[in-house]
Design a protein around this ligand. Structure first.
Ligand SMILES: Cc1cc2nc3c(=O)[nH]c(=O)nc-3n(C[C@H](O)[C@H](O)[C@H](O)COP(=O)(O)OP(=O)(O)OC[C@H]3O[C@@H](n4cnc5c(N)ncnc54)[C@H](O)[C@@H]3O)c2cc1C
Length: 360
């Protein structure tokens, strides 16, 4: 590998943006090719909860916790990330499951506090009905995802990276078993390494290099209010509705953080959801509907990230995942290290593409 390898990053959502920033920091010569406008498809429509919450094995928890720490580092390094470490209040699973989650994750070092109705009401005084039992995690937070992706891209450009918008990559160019470039409408572009971080477009591109990545990209809907005076102190994960207040004051909600199924009539789904959200707050009647969004959430076949090299295909690195907002900092850092130095973080061990396509 050259001292300053030439790397193409395909996709300028939060994952491509973070990888490009971290690659540029190593001194690599980086070109980011984006099919549309920088800022992603899933990314700009994300709920953007940063967490290491329930329902995951310990190895995944460790990766997420590390990424939360990397967000704190990035906050010091990069301007305008628009982060809010406001804490999360959760009671969207039955009390016995909440208790099991609290026991397990506390033993792993997650800062979970059990709260009763009075305490939940003190944390979120604007809720009509505080839960009898909930968990509060002060170290969780959120970020405005489009602003963060744009800030990573600005950081990469300040370090010499080139960003080309409206330049879809049609396929990968493969020669003698190695990916050597990409095909675009303006012709081929060659590089030492190609990183595909194209979200919902990743599987199609990888198939052009004879790789198959199982997964899905379901449409997921969120509803937003107009900016409103402060109603929430932190993130709220209640049964059937997850809500946070953005840094510009909008209440942003989905049936859960991953969004709702938009069904055949997304407008109606969003209006119904908005009414549920209104009913949640003492001052809910004052909330005004603004809009809904539909994002396509990259969901690998087994639900876990796919990060690394395809067996027997040199020159190609893949990064596709859900929970990409939580994980973007760690994925960016680790991918840049692996692409430029060949060293792979132990935290990525379970998440290589070889689990789907067999070892080299
Ligand atoms: C409703 C919703 C809620 C979510 N909530 C959370 C949450 O609370 N916490 C969390 O951590 N995660 C959450 N996620 C998931 C998270 O948003 C995604 O994992 C993350 O945004 C993925 O980023 P990405 O850069 O991989 O993909 P994207 O943001 O989709 O970016 C991929 C980019 O690649 C470009 N591209 C595609 N094909 C090509 C091509 N052929 N050539 C060039 N460019 C191409 C696209 O135009 C796009 O800009 C949520 C997602 C959704 C939709």
């Amino acid at each position: 590998m050259a001292d300053r390898p030439n790397v193409i990053v395909v996709g300028a959502g939060i994952i491509g943006a973070s990888i490009a920033y971290h690659l540029a920091k190593t001194g690599a010569r980086v070109t980011i090719l984006e099919a549309g406008q920088p800022g992603g498809v899933a990314t700009r429509n994300s709920w953007a909860w940063i967490n290491a919450s329930w329902g995951n094995p310990e190895s995944y928890f460790r990766l997420r916790i590390r990424s939360m720490a990397e967000w704190r580092r990035l906050e010091r390094e990069i301007q305008d990330l628009r982060m809010a470490w406001v804490g999360g209040l959760i009671w969207d699973i039955p009390p016995d499951e909440l208790e099991a989650y609290a026991r397990e994750h506390s033993s792993w070092g997650y800062g979970i506090r059990r709260v009763d109705r009075a305490e939940a009401g003190r944390i979120e005084p604007q809720l009509c009905h505080a839960p009898d039992f909930a968990l509060h995690v002060a170290e969780e937070g959120s970020v405005e995802p489009l602003a963060a992706a744009q800030a990573f891209l600005a950081g990469a450009k300040a370090l010499g990276a080139t960003l080309v918008a409206n330049r879809p990559v049609r396929s990968l160019v493969r020669r003698n078993g190695r990916v050597v470039g990409v095909e675009t409408e303006s012709g081929p572009i060659e590089a030492d390494e190609i990183v595909v971080a194209a979200g919902a477009g990743t599987a199609k591109l990888v198939s052009s290099a004879d790789g198959a990545l199982p997964g899905d990209t379901p449409p997921r809907l969120l509803v937003a209010s107009r900016p409103h005076a402060k109603l929430l102190s932190g993130l709220v994960m209640s049964p059937g509705l997850h809500v946070r207040q953005t840094t510009e004051g909008r209440l942003l909600a989905g049936a859960d953080f991953g969004g709702s199924d938009p069904g055949a009539d997304a407008e109606k789904v969003s209006l119904d959801l908005f009414e549920v959200m209104r009913g949640m707050f003492k001052d809910g009647a004052a909330l005004e509907y603004s809009h809904h969004t539909v994002g396509y959430r990259p969901m690998p076949g087994d639900g876990f990230p796919i990060i690394g090299r395809l067996p027997k295909v040199d020159g190609l690195y893949i990064a596709v995942l859900h929970s990409g907002i939580t994980l973007a900092p760690a994925v960016g850092l680790f991918a840049a290290e692996e692409v430029t130095k060949g060293t792979r973080s132990a935290l990525l061990k379970p998440y290589g593409p070889e689990r789907f396509v067999g070892p080299s």
